[in-house]
Write a protein of this length. Sequence first.
Length: 190
Amino acid sequence: MRTLISTAFISLDGVVEAPGGEPGYRNSGWTFKNVEFLPEAFDIKGREQKEATAMLMGRTSYQAFSPVWPDMEEFADYKVMPKYVVSTTLTEDDLVPNWGETTILRSIDQVAALKETDGGPIIVHGSAALNQSLSDAGLIDRYHLLVFPLLLGAGKRLFSATDKDTQKLKLVEHEVYANGLQKNVFDVVR
């Protein structure tokens, strides 16, 4: 079974919405506007590209990333790996032609089937609603969280508010940086 890894920039109060400056959000760009940049705090992002063998996104994140990431040198490894987009509305005509193999999945059940295939880790970027559905379905195996020392208040959250049984996590890697960022890597305990 493939490992499904959720990776996120997250505020201390759980907001993941618009970290990179996506237009139309109240706190858009909070990752670089409010916290000093320290390259070492983002080393995990390069490691994720080397370790992942596929990328999974929801429709909104795909539509935000696909016009930009294919031409960015810092995301070159993602360009060549298979991508999966979970959407009930996207069509093949909506996919960009310059970002490699991309498959549209129509349901969480199809994501569960993908996890059962041969291959290495699948990384989930952005995709707040998808992350919530994947977590509620018990499909996420690991979290890579860069926690920013910010309280943003409103915004999409990484974790759902679903009333469900406690899910235990095991901290397997952590580091705190001079700018207040925290790297927390958790395995989901089954």
